[in-house]
Design a protein around this ligand. Structure first.
Ligand code: ADP
Ligand code: MG
Length: 265
């Protein structure tokens, strides 16, 4: 089975602070993997480092379908087939979603007619047809924004899709809908990494593997039973099984700075 995303010994620091301390993670084509971990464990940093945000000093390797991503520009990585759904999707008032997608098609040299049909078909599939004529993410609920992002992935068919905190701030029904949208994205041509803080969304999806990140490392990987353990005993259960000391104080909840770092500019 070929590997969509192959991460080896990935490190990331800001100044003297080491955030990722050697991450190893493989997501094969056709699979959906979940990355879980307490606040501040480095999940979003992993996304930022993969997409090419420039704040970090990075080391190790991250390959997409065999091609090294590290050192490449953000747009080169996107052109190779890496796509990230943001924890906080940006609102772009005045730019209609359909218009935006058509422009992306033009930039990619797609046939406008066929691409337009693809947009309509995927919008139907992800239940976002009504949003096509509206400004991007403007006045959409949290769950609708996530569906809109997954629709964009459906149209653009990335090789690797990374979805950061796809369930935060969503109500129960929206969580289920977003989980279903992830399942619709699943195909033999994409490896999907779903990042989540809570295991509840995994109850609605058939994830192939669950990875747990703590303090900048993947400390455990397993099947859905790992998510069940987290559901029952929280991160403390995993810590005590693995003999990992709990941090002195829990990392603070995501700050405004975290929100800002999720913006793509
Ligand atoms: P998670 O997404 O798992 O909650 P993050 O990747 O957002 O965790 O953060 C991991 C740690 O790295 C946190 O302690 C956070 O404050 C820190 N961090 C993230 N980005 C930066 C940055 N640009 N500068 C300094 N510290 C950062
Ligand atoms: Mg995060």
């Amino acid at each position: 089975m070929s590997i969509a995303l192959e991460i080896k010994g990935l490190t990331a620091s800001v100044g003297t602070v080491e955030i990722l301390k050697g991450v190893d993670l493989d997501v094969p084509f056709g699979e959906v993997h979940a990355l879980m971990g307490p606040n501040g464990s480095g999940k979003s940093t992993l996304c930022h480092v993969l997409t090419g945000k420039s704040d970090y000093e990075v080391g190790g390797s991250a390959r997409l379908d065999g091609t090294e991503l590290l050192g490449k520009e953000v747009d080169e990585r996107a052109a190779l087939g890496l796509m990230q759904a943001f924890q906080y999707p940006v609102e772009i008032p005045g730019v209609r979603l359909e218009e935006f997608m058509r422009e992306v098609g033009v930039a990619r040299g797609e046939d406008p007619g066929a691409f337009g049909e693809q947009i309509a078909a995927q919008a139907e599939r992800f239940g976002v047809t009504d949003f096509l004529r509206r400004s991007i993410n403007d006045d959409l609920s949290g769950g609708e924004k996530k569906r809109s992002e997954m629709f964009q992935m459906g149209v653009l068919s990335p090789k690797v899709a990374v979805l950061d905190e796809i369930d935060s701030g969503l109500d129960i029904d929206a969580v289920r809908q977003v989980a279903e949208a992830v399942e619709q994205l699943r195909s033999p041509d994409v490896g999907i990494l779903v990042i989540t803080h809570y295991s509840r969304i995994l109850g609605h999806m058939a994830v192939d593997k669950v990875h747990v990140m703590m303090q900048g490392r993947i400390v455990d990987s397993g099947g859905a039973e790992l998510a069940d353990e987290l559901e029952d005993g929280g991160y403390d259960a995993v810590r005590s099984r693995l003999g990992i000391e709990a941090p002195k104080k829990e990392a603070a909840a995501p700050s405004v700075r975290d929100t800002l770092t999720d913006l793509p500019f």
